[in-house]
Design a protein around this ligand. Sequence first.
Ligand code: SAH
Length: 465
Amino acid sequence: MQHFPIFLNLRGRTVVLSGGGEAALAKLRLLMKTEATLRVFAAEPCDDLRTLAADGRIALAERALQPGDVTGAALFYAADEDADEDARTAAIADAEGALVNIVDNLEDSQFITPAIVDRDPVTVAIGTEGAAPVLARAIKRDLEERLPPVLGLLAKIGKLFRPAAERLPMGRARRDFWADYYFDAGPRAYEAEGEDGANAALEDLLDRHLSRSAQDGHVDFVGAGPGDPELLTLKARVALDKADVVIHDRLVAPEILELARREALLVDVGKTGFGPSAAQDDINAAIIEHASQGAHVVRLKSGDPTVFGRLDEEIEAVEAAGVAWRIVPGITAASAAIAGLGQSLTKRERNSSVRFMTGHDMKGFAEQDWRALARPGEVAAVYMGKRAARFVQGRLMMHGADPATPVSFVENASRPDQRVVEATLGDMADALSDTPLDGPVLTFYGIAPRRARAEAAAFEQEMAL
Ligand code: SAH
């Protein structure tokens, strides 16, 4: 984004224009919607400009702009439609401290004027950084049709009602109330009975919304996938888009959090303050606190929420509080990591079952059925297995597993910085000390990266060097 959109308060400010023709008039039509003082310099102003001046809408000086004319102005428009004259006036304005726009000259302009949909006080500004003016016009047309013309009036009436609406719990309840007003009850009432109708509709709507159950909140336990935002499910995207509150783990990538509704409250429960693991009660409390105020809470967990996510503890707490919930599955790290290896999780004549296991649990390194796993052809996806690598290696060797059994580590699966380290059971712990991996790592026991793929990657790397 090269141009940052802002709304500038022009009350009591001056905007200066140089130009006496159509370009100047077009900008003035927009600027006259604001409360700015408008000063126009034009050696030969057109009749329309003279009329505006006679009506007191603008201050018109019938001469070319000179140094000193822009002092103290907030904005300056060079609208002479003459490259040399525009450059001359723009230089003066720049020296005198105004932000400069040269009409139809994106390159030399310090700001640009967006396409505007005006439902004052609701204003939609559309910009394409000059890349696609046609698109801007199409979006404007679309919005013009979609936003009822009375929206501005409804907003003015609604503004006065905001304190009363605060009786509704924050979040979805309040949002639903306003959506009903602006897009349904409000326009209908205004059309039928004008301003009084809109006011009555607000009172009536508030009563109806207040009598709805305060327990409207609910919790979605959503899988954020392994990191690549494109591996989110559509359901997860919709949930994020509607969320009032997003309570997320540290592992959830920032690109995914950006998909949350802009007004959503983001709560990071992976950070200190919530502590590493003992704070599950605090997490439960945060979920329930928001949901029982009527909020739509998204509890966002990396990968799939049902895999090593302590999901049941959270569900039990939510159930106990009488809050509705559902699970939105996600792509688990093992699925992303195996894709990174170019292999499949199960394979005819190699393995007909896979274990998902964790390297450690709350009590320390996690014990497994090592004897069963040590048999030839077994495959396991080990979560949280980095620190436990030497432990897993020791246990499997002790139970007679072949030291030549392939082991693969996939760090940051599905992310741009994904890395694969290939090892065997015999050297897996050393391989990890030789190549320290800082990101989350999925360990595959019993599967090597597909050879052709590993070689192609090595070749590509060599070519890049
Ligand atoms: N619910 C998650 C797992 C949470 S446990 C899921 O379904 O994926 C956290 C462990 O998941 C990490 O220690 C790591 O082993 C694994 N993990 C999560 N994201 C990963 C990724 N992008 N790449 C590799 N491993 C990952």
